[in-house]
Design a binder for this molecule. Structure first.
Ligand code: S3P
Length: 455
């Protein structure tokens, strides 16, 4: 029996405030849930393709369930078998049907933006809404290119949800240079391009995660990537190709693994193993950063599965971390990991400087502000600017002893619980429910490794 089972039934711990207490070294092996980005795409692409798509390792979190619900509402058959595999039956590209209810995407920006791309290439209307966090997030970044392709939108000021859109089966192919480094915007345009007349090209000068490109290829779609004169990537997709259902093996999510990794690193003497973690180089900026900070992270048994590199991660906390300057060019490959890096930096010796963080202001919460405010309350010395954060670590965890507002942001919630495993005084979060969007067994998994989490 684990410490948590002894303490209480864990399921209701996700519905209220939660406290992390000083835990000592973490030990053991933990199976991190499936990659969220890939899980969304596997369900969406399976619903667009002809025939059966079989998915192993799907993340069974709320965000992904919202994607499944939307694809079902547009005619796909999606279910989980007794064998634990998810199966998705689609009708082939261009054959989605109009949803007869509002699509409530909950907390999930990825579901919303990618689905807008999919709807843009179909002659159907759809209404999107979401929770209090999602309705604040900017949708103009996908609306602008999708309007150029022929979709029409009626939303709130600034293109925010709730909004209604209408797609077309006569979408125009476009060439579009991304104004922000965003895999969601890139993917939305590519997905609209699947059903457009001609070849759609997205140009990105800062490489973002390429799961859409890799997985579309697995579904039989020809996606090309060429270098432009200024060394940007031009990703092209011709409309009207066939998409055929396939088997998708989703690896463990490196963004979720990051919480266990940093928890181990800030509790000296920890030794943990995380099998089958995705190590796509466009996702592993945090790991490069932690290694530069002096972390012992070993990538064992590297291999490629379903077009994506994976490895077993072994983490040993044998010496304190050191502060560094994080290269700005690395930001897109660790865009979701700055909250947990800020926790690592708060326990490191010396100053960690993070720049180029403007996008953190428009995630599930204003992550820059939420981290700076919460870390200060825990006794961390730091400075924050419009798009940067500097943290002065003392080589020891800060004192803790604060109640943190999580603002419907799963990564803020988990980051502060991780911090609380190392601080002298407990750290509490006001609401653990957002954790279920991306890491539905976080409390159990962390407790099994030795973290002290509870009411
Ligand atoms: C995601 C892309 C990133 C990331 C998000 C998932 C994706 O968002 O923050 O959690 O699956 O494409 P942006 O594209 O807005 O940077």
């Amino acid at each position: 029996m684990t410490k948590l089972e002894l303490a209480q039934d864990s399921s209701d711990l996700y519905t209220k405030s939660l406290t992390a207490r000083k835990s000592g070294p973490l030990n053991g092996t933990a199976r991190i849930p499936g990659d969220k980005s890939m899980s969304h795409r596997a369900l969406m692409f399976g619903a667009l393709a002809e025939g059966e798509t079989m998915i192993s390792g799907l993340l069974e979190g709320e965000d992904v369930f919202n994607t499944a619900g939307a694809m079902r509402a547009m005619g796909a058959k999606i279910s989980k078998g007794d064998d634990g595999l998810w199966r998705c039956f689609g009708q082939g590209l261009g054959n989605l049907t109009e949803p007869d209810q509002i699509l409530d995407m909950g907390n999930s920006g990825t579901s919303t933006r990618l689905l807008m791309g999919i709807v843009a290439g179909h002659p159907i209307s759809a209404c999107f809404t979401g929770d209090k966090s999602l309705v604040k997030r900017p949708m103009g970044r996908v609306i602008t290119p999708l309007e150029q392709m022929g979709a029409t939108f009626l939303g709130r000021a600034g293109g925010k949800l709730p909004l209604t859109m209408r797609g077309t089966n006569q979408a125009k192919a476009i060439t579009y240079k991304l104004p922000v480094a965003s895999a969601q915007v890139k993917s939305a345009i590519m997905l609209a391009g699947l059903n457009a007349n001609g070849t759609t090209t997205v140009i990105e000068d800062h490489p973002t995660r390429d799961h859409s490109e890799n997985m579309l290829r697995a579904f039989g779609v020809n996606v090309t990537v060429e270098k432009t004169d200024d060394s940007s990537d031009a990703i092209s997709i011709a409309g009207g190709q066939r998409m055929i259902g396939c088997a998708v093996d989703v690896p463990a999510d490196p963004s979720s693994a990051a919480f266990a990794v940093v928890a181990a690193l800030i509790n000296q003497g920890s030794q943990i193993t995380l099998p089958r973690v995705g190590i796509n180089p466009r996702r592993t900026g945090l790991y490069d950063t932690l290694v530069e900070m002096g972390a012992s992270i070993i990538f064992e048994n590297r291999k490629t599965e379903a077009g994506e590199p994976i490895a077993n991660l072994m983490i040993m906390a044998d010496s304190p971390l050191k502060g560094i300057d994080v290269p700005e060019s690395r930001v897109p490959s660790m865009i979701d990991e700055f909250p947990i890096l800020a926790v690592a930096a708060s326990c490191a010796e010396g100053t960690t400087r993070m720049t180029g963080l403007a996008e953190l202001r428009v995630k599930e919460s204003d992550r820059l502000l939420m981290m700076a405010t919460g870390l200060k309350a825990c006794g961390v010395e730091l400075e924050m600017g419009e798009d940067w954060l500097t943290i002065h670590g003392t080589g020891k965890p800060p004192k803790g002893g604060a109640l943190i507002e999580t603002a419907l942001d799963h990564r803020i919630a988990m980051s502060f619980l991780v911090l609380g495993t190392a601080t002298q005084e407990p750290v509490s979060i006001d609401d653990a429910s957002p954790i279920k969007t991306s890491f539905p067994n976080f409390i159990e998994l962390m407790t099994d490794l030795g973290a002290t989490l509870g009411e």
